[in-house]
Design a protein around this ligand. Sequence first.
Ligand code: CA
Length: 226
Amino acid sequence: MRVLVVEDDAELAASIAAGLEGDGMIAETVGNGDEAAFLGCTEDYDAAVLDLGLPGQDGVSVLRHWREQGRRLPVLVLTARGRWSDKLAAFDAGADDYLTKPFLQEEVALRLRVLKRRSLGHATPILQLGPLQYDANADRFTLDGQPLAMTAQEQRILAYLMQRKGHLVTRSEISEHVYARDLDPESNTLDVLIGRIRRKLGRPLLHTERGRGFRLGAATDADAQS
Ligand code: CA
């Protein structure tokens, strides 16, 4: 899960990012409203944490700009402004959730996970694919009811594929959402990891589509027609 953290207090931004990364997410920080408005429209983030008081345009304008440009990413507003009128303005501009400072770091990650799940249309945190089950809240897999032991990297890849089960997931999509920017989608690291995951699953659930990417489970109708 790739998250844009918009916060002009550099120390706070770094601590939010560190907390999210400790939680297995990829966080990128930006401290200026104009840059944030641009990045949110040009980069593919899974969610954003957005401060309201920013140099350049303020958080509400940033959010309004993203929504006007059709960006639907879940946005958690994180601000010292706790007045009703501020909350109203943020929700009116398209915020999905609102948290006032000071806050618990754990709560930021928790709320982002819930927002992300909701945006994917999963009412429950449990995803099932045949014998494979993923509990998104606990971030745990079971296979035939038994815990599936995986490295952190394998787990993150499989969690991403599970959330997109039935759909073709490209190599660059995985490298963008599961790794920081430094993994080259053309390197064979990803193939090695996919091979390991496949062996751990022990049955044909994870498919490679040559030159295109990977798919967990059978193709959905929409993709089969494409
Ligand atoms: Ca601020």
